[in-house]
Ligand binder design. Structure first.
Ligand SMILES: [Zn+2]
Length: 333
C-alpha cells in the first residue's frame, strides 16, 4: 500500500468518498452491501440480493476475454463476464467476480445507463488496486476476520501460522494469497512480512536446466508498519533483465533444521533495514537469513516461522500449490 497511491485515489475519487478515507469508505460500502444482502457469516456468497443491489443481471463465461473478468453495461443492468480459465478454480473465480462487483461502485447506478463517479483521471493501475481492495473487503469483511483472529491464542501459537492461513482460506473460500494480503497488508492483523519462495527447477522451462534446487522470491506482502523499513526487490529489473533474489540449497532440509532447533513455535522479531535486501540474497536459506541478521545487527535467537513441527510443515508443504513455500518473518510490534 503506497501513500502516494492513496493520495491519488483520495483526490480522484473525492466525489465518491465525500471526505472519508479510501479504506474507511471501502470497508463501509462493502459492509453495508453484505448487511443489505442478509449475509452475516463466511463465506460470502454472490446471492441474488447482493447482485441485484449492484444491478448485476448475470455472470457469464466468455472465452473471448483476454483478462480474468470484465464488467459490461447492458440495456438495463451490468453483466459480469468471466474468463473460462477460472472455471475449474472455484476460489479464483470468486475473487474475479468480487473484483468486477467492485467496479460497479465507480458508477452512479440510480439512473440507467449508469454515470461514472470518477471526475478526475485516475490511472488504470490505481483503479485496479482500488477494486482489488474493495473485493477483499467484500469477501473478507473486517469485522468477521478481526473476530476470528482475536479469538486465536497469543503470538507464538497457531494464530500466526501457515496453518491458520490455510484454515482461513478455506473458511473464506479464497486463495491463500488473497487472505494473506487482507490480514497483513490491509488490516495489519498480522504484523509481519510473508515471503513466498518458488523452487526453480520445478519450472518447466526447456531452455534452462537446473541441476540443484534453487529458490527465488516470487511474492510478498507486508504490513503497512514496514513501509520504509523494508525493501524487497521482488521482480527487480537489473540491466534490463528481471531478476529475483535467489537462494540455493535444499530449502526443505534447511527449514527442518531451523525448526528442529526451536523448542516449539518459532517466531522472529526483527526490523529489516532497507539496505539488507538490496545487496544480495545468494547462498542457502540459512546463511541468507543469518546474513540478514548479521547485517542488521540483530540477535539471531529465533529465526523463522514456518511451522511448529515437521508434520505440520509437511502438510503445509503439501498443501501449498506447486511446492511453493511461505516464509513468514514477523516484525516487532
Ligand atoms: Zn478491474
Amino acid at each position: 500500500m503506497s501513500i502516494k497511491r492513496i493520495s491519488r485515489l483520495t483526490q480522484g475519487l473525492s466525489y465518491l468518498l465525500k471526505g472519508q478515507s479510501v479504506h474507511d469508505w471501502s470497508e463501509q460500502v462493502t459492509s453495508s452491501l453484505l448487511i443489505q444482502s442478509v449475509q452475516h457469516q463466511l463465506p460470502v456468497y454472490f446471492n441474488k440480493q447482493l447482485l441485484a443491489l449492484r444491478r448485476i443481471e448475470k455472470i457469464v463465461y466468455n472465452s473471448q476475454l483476454f483478462e480474468h473478468g470484465k464488467l459490461t453495461i447492458d440495456k438495463d443492468n451490468f453483466v459480469i463476464h468471466i474468463n473460462p480459465v477460472s472455471k475449474g478454480r472455484k476460489n479464483k473465480k470468486r475473487f474475479v467476480i468480487a473484483h468486477e462487483i467492485a467496479h460497479t461502485f465507480l458508477y452512479d447506478i440510480s439512473t440507467w445507463p449508469p454515470t461514472p463517479h470518477i471526475k478526475h483521471s485516475i490511472s488504470v493501475n490505481d483503479i485496479e488496486w482500488f477494486c482489488d481492495y474493495l473485493a477483499r473487503s467484500l469477501l473478507i469483511p473486517r469485522q468477521s476476520i478481526e473476530n476470528i483472529v482475536s479469538k486465536s491464542a497469543k503470538p507464538g501459537s497457531d494464530d500466526f501460522s501457515l496453518r491458520l492461513l490455510r484454515d482461513l482460506s478455506e473458511v473464506c473460500k479464497l486463495y491463500w494469497k488473497i487472505v494473506a494480503r487482507r490480514l497483513v497488508e490491509d488490516l495489519s492483523l498480522w504484523k509481519c512480512v510473508l515471503l513466498q519462495f518458488e523452487l526453480l527447477y520445478l519450472k518447466k522451462d526447456p531452455n534452462k536446466q537446473y541441476t540443484f534446487p534453487s529458490w527465488r522470491l516470487v511474492w510478498h506482502t507486508k504490513s503497512p508498519e514496514t513501509e520504509g523499513d523494508l525493501f524487497i526487490p521482488y521482480g527487480r529489473f537489473d540491466s534490463g533483465i528481471k531478476k529475483y533474489p535467489r537462494v540455493t540449497g535444499k530449502l526443505e532440509c534447511v527449514l527442518y533444521d531451523i525448526i528442529d532447533r526451536a523448542e516449539s513455535n518459532c517466531y522472529i522479531n526483527m526490523q529489516i533495514p532497507s539496505n539488507v535486501f538490496v545487496s544480495s540474497a545468494l547462498g542457502n536459506l540459512k546463511s541468507f537469513i543469518i546474513s540478514i541478521l548479521k547485517k542488521s545487527e540483530l540477535r539471531a535467537d529465533i529465526v523463522v516461522n514456518v511451522a511448529a513441527n515437521r508434520d505440520m510443515f509437511k502438510s503445509q508443504f503439501h498443501y501449498l500449490p506447486n511446492s511453493k513455500i511461505l516464509l513468514c518473518i514477523g516484525l516487532e510490534q
